[in-house]
Design a protein around this ligand. Structure first.
Ligand code: G1P
Length: 652
């Protein structure tokens, strides 16, 4: 679901990347930032901006009233440890009272979730183990760590008092493009700046002190996951200690030349070693750092080389300095992303299928998609991947089927999976790092293809421990479905057009079980459940059903194809159904039992073209048919079929 996210500090280093990440993921963003250390150019073009201090309660209240955020992401802060020692009152003013303004407004305006940028480096104190986990009692060494700790405590209190959910991100040393190379913290940026300006890197002490450096893209990913993951405080680092000396070595490597170093007296109160244990974020948020320091440093150095270079060129020409601000591509991405995403419909958006007339039948809200089969017909392709993930051109069959169900108006889809099917779950999961990288690259088409997949709250899973037939797989959906009508889509079949939608419309009319049926040639009856019918088509009354009768013994030429709208009574019937053909519990047999017990069943003859993608030939044909529908492939493929294709055909 698209959120409305107020990002405080969204003109600063981390905050502006977070704002971009949220925009790229399709959310609406308003940046609130007084530009005391951020830059207006950092605010991504797709976001709104309010120039206000978080301590200004009236301005904060006005921003909440007009923007109505669902989520607040709080990155605005007094962020300097040394400044906090010098000016503890200012530090508490910004970091505690500023936060309180936001918390009050969040409660007043019904904000759903509060994401808070805290510190992992300055919170635990010098007595902490390395790496340190979240449950170590914090004992900050400076007012900055204490004001962040107070913030965390206030969030806990607001949760208990007002039910405000919060996710606290305890950052290690975040580094990356756009960090201030002139600041007093942010050693990666400072060293990159120094090397590029031909100055020496100043190391305080022996340089063997360590920090945990986490790339800003990884930090952004944690902010994306924080929108949904379980509330709590999470370390966001790498768990890896990197010494200052090691940083310099890496810089020499990427700079490809000498790097001058100067040593200065160690800074008092500086912690010797820091690394954060990130197990909790890994387990609960599904987050993991992806960018190793060496790679992130090389990338950051390249960014500074480009941007500081421009700045110096500007200085030489007597023009005002170009700040190392938002890179052009990043801003352009955000600008393009804003409107495009705001209007895009997702497959999960419900079309308006009218309520059943007369209010008799209950609407079908849930779908069950059996996906536990072994896929032996596609070996060796299906040895290590589920057959449902085989793509027609570039879209896995399971995705097409899920999209068909959602387009038919169902709200949730249960996938019945089994061993060796994890790729399906990964497919429908979020991929924040991938999304962020695609946004950074400006590949909006790929980004949209990844982002529009339905997921949380829509796709559900249950595992079938052993495949014992289609009826058995449908039974596995009993707990999810409960006592309501539901539909079943078989992932071996795809249709040109809304087959499931047509079956559900028929269900809405008759308020009883409806099976999608199609005519098949006599020699194919042994591949299908076949029905005997009476009445006028296309919606027939079913009078009998037989699973896979031998040719010549079928009651008609109407075969059940894989789209069913079922009354909940089918579950009871399936439990009473003995194993049938192939020793498996057959759905067709369960339906037959229902019919015998007096439940009406209808067969809707579907007009849509159908592809049996569970067969190799059907799969290849479906691939070609889909490719011919695609404007990007149509002409090239048609030309090939008419020339090379024809030649191959004649030769064979
Ligand atoms: C299943 C059903 C069968 C139905 C068919 C449609 O068979 O058992 O009644 O006609 O799907 O594809 P399967 O193809 O799983 O053997």
């Amino acid at each position: 679901m698209a959120e409305r996210i107020l990002v405080t500090g969204g003109a600063g280093f981390i905050g502006s990347h977070v704002a971009e990440g949220y925009l790229a993921a399709g959310h609406d963003v308003l940046v609130l930032d007084d530009l005391s250390s951020g830059r207006r150019e950092n605010v991504p073009a797709g976001a709104g901006w309010v120039g206000a201090d978080v301590r200004d309660a009236a301005a904060v209240e006005a921003a909440f009233r007009s923007f109505r955020p669902t989520v607040v992401n709080h990155h605005a802060a007094q962020k300097s440890v040394t400044a906090s020692v010098r000016e503890p009152v200012l530090d508490a003013d910004v970091n505690v009272l500023g936060l309180l303004n936001l918390l009050q407004a969040s409660v007043a305006h019904g904000v759903r979730r509060f994401v808070f940028a805290s510190t992992g480096g300055a919170l635990y104190g010098s007595g902490a183990p390395v790496p340190v986990a979240e449950d170590f009692p914090p004992a900050p060494d400076a007012p900055y760590g204490l004001s962040k700790l107070a913030g965390e405590q206030y969030l806990g209190l607001y949760g208990r008092l007002h039910g405000l959910e919060s996710v606290i991100l305890r950052y290690a040393n975040v580094y990356g493009p756009r960090q201030d190379p002139y600041g007093e913290a942010g050693v990666v940026a400072i060293f990159c700046g120094a090397v590029l300006r031909g100055k020496s890197c100043v190391i305080f002490g022996d340089g063997r002190q360590t920090r945990d450096y986490v790339h800003v893209a990884d930090a952004v990913a944690s902010n994306l996951l924080a929108l949904e993951g379980p509330p709590g405080a999470y370390n966001i680092g790498t768990g890896v200690e990197t010494s200052v000396n090691r940083l310099v070595e890496e810089l020499r490597r990427v700079h490809g030349g000498p790097v001058a170093v100067e040593h200065a007296a160690p800074r008092p109160g500086e912690v010797r070693r820091v690394a954060l244990d990130v197990t909790l974020a890994r387990e609960r948020l599904g987050w993991a750092p992806r960018i190793p320091v060496a790679e992130g440093l090389a990338q950051t150095y390249a960014w500074f080389r480009e941007h500081l270079g421009r700045e110096r060129a500007g200085e030489r020409a007597g023009e005002p300095a170009v700040a190392p601000a938002a890179s052009v591509p990043a801003t352009a991405v955000a600008a393009a992303a804003g409107p495009a995403y705001a209007t895009a419909t997702r497959p999960g958006d419900r079309p308006d299928r009218p309520a059943p007339p007369g209010g008799g039948a209950r609407r079908v809200r849930k779908a069950v998609v059996p996906a536990a089969g072994m896929g032996t017909r596609f070996l060796p392709a299906t040895k290590a991947q589920p057959k449902e993930m085989l793509p027609l051109v570039d879209t896995p069959v399971i995705q097409l089927v899920v999209e068909e169900a959602l387009a038919a108006g169902v709200e949730g889809v249960l996938l019945v999976t089994g061993r060796n099917k994890r790729a399906i779950e990964d497919h429908f999961d979020r991929a924040p790092e991938l999304e962020y990288l695609l946004a950074q690259k400006g590949d909006l088409a790929a980004l949209e293809a990844v982002r529009r997949l339905p997921g949380d709250g829509v796709i559900h899973y249950v595992r079938q421990r052993e495949p014992r037939g289609l009826g058995h797989a449908v039974l596995a959906g009993r707990h999810y479905v409960g006592e309501e009508p539901f539909c079943v889509l078989l992932a071996d079949e795809v249709f040109e057009g809304p087959a499931m939608g047509a079956v559900l419309e028929a269900y809405d009319r008759v308020g009883a079980t409806v099976l999608g049926v199609k005519r098949v040639p006599p020699e194919e009856t042994s591949r299908y459940g076949m029905v005997a019918v009476e009445g006028e088509g296309p919606l027939y009354r079913v009078t009998d059903l037989v699973e896979k009768p031998e040719p010549g013994t079928a009651p008609s030429d109407l075969a059940i194809v894989g789209r069913y709208a079922l009354a909940a009574e089918i579950f009871g019937a399936l439990e009473r159904t003995p194993p049938g053909r192939g020793g498996e519990i057959q759905l067709t047999d369960g339906l037959r039992l229902l019919l015998a017990e007096g439940h009406p069943i209808y067969g809707l003859e579907l007009p849509h073209r159908r592809f049996d993608v569970g067969e190799r030939l059907g799969f290849v044909v479906a691939t070609l048919a889909r490719a011919l529908e695609r404007p990007d492939l149509r002409d090239g493929l048609a030309r090939w079929l008419e020339t090379e294709g024809r030649r191959l055909l004649e030769q064979s």
